[in-house]
Design a protein. Structure first.
Lengths: 267, 434
């Protein structure tokens, strides 16, 4: 520990059920990482260091969803140790892709993967961090945009509000002059109801948005779903599955998917 | 009776959550378990009932470090199910994006996760204080790997532009050519990384491994080929399940795998850099083979700690290949091959940075997934990791608890284990029974 550590804010990164891709965002800040490590004390970040410093922590980034009784207890400890708790990524903000099990027969899921299901201990649901403890900020994305991670950290460390867009991905296409894939090619796209932030990725690759950043504020999912089933001729199952992706557990997407595919059917 | 207990709450610098439980009695290991307690995420179950076109995007989420491996294995398996084949320039573009993932993942592991162990440092930030140039160069190399992923895939973690049949959009020649100057710089930088890690002190451990890797006559196999071992086995990827058998054991949320020999005997085996190096040494470029000789590394490496050198060699190979592919790139006329979904069965297998990753799918008439089986590299390596640890503990009982614990962690990190993949933090507990 360097002498300056006493005065620097302590940053902790915690992982729950996830793919590690969001915390990797921090390590992928190649141009900023060393400066960041100078500005804050990396007090707990297991993916990057075996050195751990006891809490309390000034800012905690939490990746992953809650899927076990053990983790449901552990997040309470993390909350008690953290002045500011920011959940990062679709797993932490909506339960992630593993929230598909919330729609399914949990026992059948375990039996599909494991020969000895009696060895597996999990909850029947995958839920967001905010379902368990108060969260100071939720950063969306599957994965998060690493520059948004930097912006949120910078904002909380400087006692200001993060400057992040809340508008739809649709607006991003208009701003960048990206051709609308739905209008021009008839490709189904969740852009009208999905929060911006990815960097306008899918439409620029001529594919439809698949909702990595979750629902925007006040999304009109019903109008979009009606357009997909009506004008575009998609089956109810296809529309239901479109909303049942990486943010399947986000309320607006979950409710829309259940209008088209019954809750007990994960497909 | 002499009893000794060591307990470590968290194994760091690995992807995912795991633990190690060691009980020692009278200087002997009584019990040793490499435990994966990353919560299971049931990918194979989610995939049932989804359209084939969703599969690469969903399997990508198994691992944030090696999403391309999961996307490409899935895509190839489904192409096989539908009788389609991606070849020529589109396949070259697949190899190029996969090289980006190898570079990003290998440099991250070599310089930032594994090298600190050999220098007695906690992490790459301490390494950056001790030797800023090394970390700055590594970060620049890693950034280049990510730039390749972003140029072709749209983003580095969970790329959006890979699909069954090829790509949604192919990059322009200008976009790929923009990578060339940095790729030219990287060749010497990557050779420097090999020389740096070759100078480390390596703990003693020699193991007579059975290696399993993908092999291809014309290239250092990454994304295509057939399977081979150093014991003379050679078989197509479709015969994988006849040779690699998964078992479910109580202490792990990952499935353990064993290799089935011709006489039916089930044995330990190893996938990953050392396996590829042993089986595909002849497919390295002349430069990489010369550098291996200079680093004192022969065609077969039996000391698992030297995997750090092999990863650095593979990183150079990936950078050479990427440069050649970028220079030769011309925009293919179409981004994908036509597909006709049908009821079928297909398998796909590629070399994730940690070793072979095998996929099997069954589809119904309209291409909906009816069955999915995915065998990730860390699940295959779990038993051999335990075997390495057993020997490390027995050979190093003279070390104090802190040093022995660190040695065990370093041993696990030899595998660059992706526990997220294997299901996903390591908690190390050594009970010496004291």
């Amino acid at each position: 520990m360097s002498p300056a550590d006493a005065s620097r804010p302590k940053l902790a990164v915690f992982k729950f059920s996830s793919c590690d891709g969001c915390q990797l965002g921090l390590l992928s800040l190649e141009d900023e990482l060393l400066a960041l490590a100078g500005a804050v004390e990396i007090a707990y970040f297991l993916e990057a260091t075996r050195r751990t410093v006891k809490g309390p922590y000034d800012v905690a980034l939490v990746e992953g969803s809650i899927t076990t009784a053990h983790d449901a207890k552990r997040i309470q400890t993390v909350r008690r140790q953290s002045k500011v708790l920011i959940s990062i990524g679709a797993c932490a903000t909506a339960g992630g892709i593993q929230a598909l099990k919330n729609f399914a027969d949990h026992k059948a899921f375990i039996e599909a993967v494991y020969a000895r299901p009696e060895y597996i201990e999990t909850l029947s649901t995958s839920t967001a961090i905010a379902d368990h403890v108060p969260v100071d900020f939720e950063l969306r994305g599957c994965p998060v945009n690493k520059y948004q991670v930097l912006e949120v950290l910078s904002a909380f460390l400087n006692n200001r509000k993060p400057n992040l867009p809340r508008h739809s991905e649709c607006i991003e296409c208009k701003r960048r002059g990206t051709v609308c894939v739905m209008v021009a090619h008839g490709t189904p796209c969740l852009g009208p109801v999905t929060q911006a932030g990815c960097g306008n990725l899918c439409p620029t690759q001529t594919r439809g948005c698949y909702g990595c950043f979750g629902p925007k504020e006040g999304p009109n999912t019903r109008a979009l779903a009606d357009w997909m089933t009506g004008e575009m001729g998609l089956s109810p199952r296809a529309v239901g599955q479109a909303f049942r992706g990486f943010n399947a557990g986000a309320d607006a997407f979950r409710e829309e998917s259940e209008r088209h595919v019954p809750a007990h059917d994960q497909g | 009776m002499s009893r000794r207990t060591i307990k470590v709450e968290a194994l760091a610098r690995v992807e995912g959550e795991g633990a190690l439980d060691i009980k020692l009695r009278d200087g002997k290991v009584k019990d040793l378990k490499f435990i994966i307690f990353e919560p299971p995420r049931f990918f194979e179950a989610f995939l049932q009932g989804r359209p084939y076109s969703d599969v690469p995007d969903i399997t990508a989420r198994i691992c944030g470090i090696c999403p391309v491996a999961y996307m490409m294995g899935a895509a190839q398996a489904l192409e096989a199910a539908f009788g389609a084949k991606v070849e020529g320039p589109l396949d070259d573009l697949r190899r190029l994006v996969y090289c980006g993932e190898w570079i990003e993942s290998h440099v991250l592991h070599v310089a930032m996760l594994h090298a600190p162990d050999f220098l007695g440092l906690n992490d790459s930030i301490e390494l950056a204080r001790a030797n800023p140039a090394v970390v700055e160069t590594a970060l620049r190399l890693k950034k280049l790997g990510n730039a390749i992923l972003e140029t072709i895939g749209g983003r580095a973690v969970h790329p959006v532009n890979l699909k069954v049949g090829g790509f949604y959009r192919v990059p322009t020649q200008g976009e790929i050519q923009a990578l060339i100057p940095e790729l030219e710089w990287a060749q010497q930088a990557a050779a420097g990384l090999v020389r740096l890690v070759a100078g480390f002190d390596f703990p003693d451990l020699e193991q007579d491994y059975t290696f399993l890797a993908l092999t291809h006559p014309g290239e250092y196999a990454i994304h295509r080929g057939t399977l081979a071992t150093n014991r003379g086995h050679a078989f197509p990827i479709d015969a994988f399940h006849e040779r690699v058998v998964e078992q479910h054991v109580a202490h792990s949320n990952a499935l353990h795998a064993v290799f089935k020999h011709d006489d039916g005997r089930e044995g330990l085996f190893k996938v990953g850099p050392l396996a590829r190096h042993a089986i595909n040494f002849e497919q390295y470029s002349k430069t990489v083979r010369q550098l291996a000789a200079e680093a004192g590394v022969g065609p077969v490496v039996t000391n698992p700690y030297k995997s750090i050198i092999v990863r650095a060699l593979e990183n150079l190979q990936a950078l050479e290949d990427a440069l050649a592919l970028a220079r030769a790139y011309k925009e293919p006329p179409r981004p994908d091959v036509p597909l006709t979904p049908k009821a079928g069965h297909g398998q796909g297998c590629t070399e994730a940075p940690r070793g072979i990753c095998h996929h099997t799918y069954e589809t119904d008439r309209d291409g909906t997934i009816t069955k999915a089986v995915i065998v990730p590299p860390t699940a295959q390596n779990q038993k051999i990791i335990e075997d390495d640890l057993l020997k490390v503990v027995e050979n190093n009982l003279h070390l104090d608890d802190a040093a022995l614990t660190w040695r065990c962690e370093q041993t696990i990190r030899n595998y660059d284990p992706c526990i997220s993949c294997a299901t996903h933090f390591l908690k190390l507990s050594i009970d010496r029974g004291a």
